[in-house]
Design a protein around this ligand. Structure first.
Ligand code: MG
Length: 289
C-alpha cells in the first residue's frame, strides 16, 4: 500500500492508496484514535509506530462506507517524510564501483546526508556553476520502523517499515577534490536541495523478501541508470547490521542503499526521474540557483 502526503484544500494530509480509492489517513486517524494531533507526514505515523499494514487496514475497515474519509487519487505529492537522520551507503553495486575505478569495499561505506537538504517530488534541485559536475544517484531508501541497535542481519525485516526513493545528488568534482585531500565527502553530498525523496512510502510488507526491485533513472526521458536491488554488494541485513553496530537508528530514519552504475551529469533545465515500478517516479527539475 502506498502512503503519501498531499495538499487538500488548505491542509497538508497523509493519504493511503486503497486500490479503488484513497483514504484521508489524517482525518481517519483522528476519528479512529480519538486523538487531537493531526498527522501531517509519514514521519508522524512511523514515529508513533503506526506505519504498519495492520494499522492502515484498521483505518480502511473503519472508513468503509464512510465517504467523508475518501479522497480522489492525488495528482501531485508533497515530500512524504522528514527523516531524523539519513545514513547513506556508498559503493554498493559492483558496476558502479568499477565505473569510478574505486576499490571493491569489504564492508559498507557509510556517510550522512542532512535531512534539511531534502526536497519533495517536483521541487527543484538547485545548482550553481562553482559546484562543477553534479550527478544523479538514484537509490532505494529504507524507512526505519523500530529502534535498531546492534541488529542481527537475519532479522532486518523487523526494523523496516517501508521503502521510498531517494536521489543522492552529488557534486562529483567537489567530492573528488575532497577525496584527493584526504577529506570527508560531506559538502559534496550535502548542498541545499541535494536530497530529493519520495514520491510515496510503500509498506514493507508489500515488496516481498528478499527485496528485489528495479531501480532506474531517466534524465529528460532518456535512461541513464537501470539495475535491480538484487545486485547489492551488501544486502539490506548487512547494511543495517553495519550501521547499527555504532549508531542507533530511530523510527523515521532513512537508509539510502547505494546507486547502480550509469551516474551522469545534470544541467540547468534537466528533469531527473528516479523510478521503481512498485514505488513510483520521483521527478525533479534542475535549476540554476
Ligand atoms: Mg549514493
Amino acid at each position: 500500500m502506498k502512503i503519501a502526503v498531499v495538499s487538500h484544500g488548505d491542509e497538508t494530509i497523509v493519504v493511503a492508496d486503497c486500490g479503488a480509492y484513497w483514504i484521508n489517513v489524517t482525518r481517519a486517524d483522528l476519528a479512529y484514535s480519538g486523538g487531537d494531533a493531526p498527522l501531517s507526514s509519514v514521519s508522524d505515523l512511523v514515529e508513533s509506530g503506526l506505519l504498519t499494514a495492520a494499522y492502515i487496514e484498521e483505518l480502511k475497515v473503519f472508513t468503509l462506507a464512510k465517504d467523508e474519509f475518501k479522497v480522489s487519487a492525488p495528482e501531485a505529492f508533497l515530500q512524504p517524510l522528514y527523516p531524523g537522520k539519513i545514513v547513506a551507503v556508498g559503493r554498493n553495486y559492483k558496476a558502479h564501483v568499477e565505473e569510478f575505478d574505486n576499490k571493491m569495499p569489504t564492508e559498507p561505506t557509510l556517510f550522512c546526508k542532512r535531512p534539511d537538504a531534502c526536497v519533495g517530488p517536483d521541487e527543484a534541485i538547485e545548482v550553481q556553476d562553482w559546484y562543477g559536475r553534479v550527478d544523479h544517484e538514484g537509490e532505494l531508501a529504507v524507512v526505519i520502523g523500530k529502534r535498531a541497535k546492534d541488529i542481527d542481519a537475519a532479522k532486518v525485516q523487523d526494523y523496516i517499515a517501508g521503502y521510498t526513493l531517494l536521489n543522492d545528488v552529488t557534486a562529483r568534482e567537489l567530492q573528488k577534490a575532497d577525496i584527493a585531500q584526504g577529506n570527508p565527502w560531506f559538502r559534496a553530498k550535502n548542498l541545499d536541495t541535494f536530497c530529493p525523496i519520495g514520491p510515496v512510502v510503500v509498506l514493507a510488507e508489500d515488496l516481498g523478501w528478499p527485496l528485489e526491485v528495479d531501480i532506474a533513472v531517466e534524465v529528460n526521458g532518456e535512461t541513464r541508470q537501470s539495475s535491480n536491488t538484487r545486485k547489492f554488494i551488501f544486502s539490506l541485513g548487512e547494511q543495517l547490521a553495519a550501521i547499527t553496530r555504532f549508531m542507533t537508528l530511530e523510527p523515521g530514519d532513512v537508509v539510502a542503499t547505494g546507486t547502480p552504475e550509469g551516474v551522469s551529469p545534470l544541467h540547468d533545465g534537466d528533469v531527473v526521474s528516479v523510478m521503481c515500478p512498485e514505488i513510483g517516479v520521483l521527478s525533479n527539475p534542475v535549476k540554476q540557483a
